[in-house]
Ligand binder design. Structure first.
Ligand code: DGY
Length: 338
């Protein structure tokens, strides 16, 4: 049987690549740079699958250039790079990697919150640059974390994992989500706020964890930042565009909030002259929420397993648009394998 051709447009962990080679013909571009549109179109010629991450946008133009493409597997839990309507029209399935990065990303979210509140990067730079002369009571004073109120916007898997950490810090947990999450309420004592405004007004730390959709684009703008307490922090580990960065600049300039911890940005990588770069009260990371050796490997393996399942006639475990798969294979493919 001929193996299906799968295009991998950038470097992935070896273990995942080997697993993919066992069942697929792999066109591998072992590069860390972003592929150009031409490289993408070339690599996709004849490919039935693609395993990718980062900025690759699966939109109409790409799908038109890849008529044989059937499945795209993201090495990420987020899939805002998928144009689901276009994929539906071209009968292209999409998969992601939920679950495997939950705890790692929650660790990072909490680390970022702590780093911002306790000025860790600033203090580190201060010591290393030889400025530390004397212990004084107001040296690098920051905000307390324990016992404060954390407002989680987006109570999915990662939100719950952040809430578990917050519990250990004796924090009051409030959350806003499209749907109520009884598990977070019962197991973690998280209190639901139907109104985002209410959550913003009472939280000392607002942590953004919602996926980027047309509904959450600029969910936090000027009005929302204005409602936050003047000594509160905003932490974004979701997607850059959930937080309106120009509004954030205004809020920082106007002293509406204490500061921010950011792992994600409206434009990534950040342009060299970005105004946020000069802010001492903004801790900035290069989109490393899930960046541990083990988790990145597990994400790649999960993505590859999704593709392998697809081409062996099994329903991929992490379909983000199951309708497309159902339409192409119906229930019969499932039953044949049983
Ligand atoms: C994710 O998994 O969505 C991470 O943000 C990497 O893109």
């Amino acid at each position: 049987m001929t193996k299906p051709t799968v295009f991998v447009p950038h470097t992935i962990p070896d273990k995942a690549l080997h697993r993919l080679h066992a069942t697929c013909e792999v066109i591998y571009r072992d590069l860390r740079s972003e592929p150009t549109q031409t490289e993408l179109a070339d690599g996709l010629r004849g490919a039935k699958g693609m395993v990718c991450y980062g900025k690759i946008s699966v939109r109409e133009s790409l799908l038109e250039a890849a008529p044989q493409l059937e499945v795209v597997s993201n090495i990420a839990v987020g899939f805002d790079n998928f144009d689901l309507a276009a994929m539906q029209a071209h009968w292209v399935s999409g998969t992601n990697t939920p679950g495997v990065l939950t705890e790692t990303t929650a660790d990072l979210a909490f680390a970022l919150l702590m780093a911002a509140a306790r000025r860790i990067p600033e203090a580190d730079a201060y010591v290393k640059s030889g400025q530390w002369q004397k212990w004084v009571p107001d040296l690098m004073v920051g905000s307390d974390v324990y016992g404060k109120t954390i407002g989680i916007v987006g109570m999915g898997r990662i939100g719950e994992a952040v809430a578990r950490r917050a519990l250990g810090f004796g924090m009051t947990i409030v959350y806003h989500n499209r749907r109520r999450q009884p598990n977070a309420e019962l197991a973690l004592g998280a209190v639901y706020r139907a109104s985002l405004e209410e959550l913003l007004g009472e939280s000392d730390f607002v942590v953004l964890l919602t996926p980027l959709t047309k509904h959450t684009f600029h969910l936090i703008g000027e009005d929302e930042l204005c409602r936050m307490k003047r000594n509160a922090w905003i932490i974004n580990v979701a997607r850059g565009a959930v937080l309106d960065e120009s509004a954030l600049m205004k809020a920082l300039d106007g002293g509406w909030i204490a500061g921010a911890g950011l792992d994600v940005y409206e434009e990534e990588p950040l342009p060299a002259n970005h105004p946020l770069l000069s802010r001492p009260n903004v801790v900035m990371l290069p989109h490393i929420g899930s960046a541990t050796v083990a988790t990145r490997e597990n994400m790649a393996l999960t993505a590859v397993d999704n593709i392998i399942a697809y081409f062996s006639g099994r329903r991929p475990p992490n379909l983000v648009n199951p309708d497309v798969w159902e339409r192409r294979f119906g229930q019969s493919a499932e039953r044949m394998k049983e």
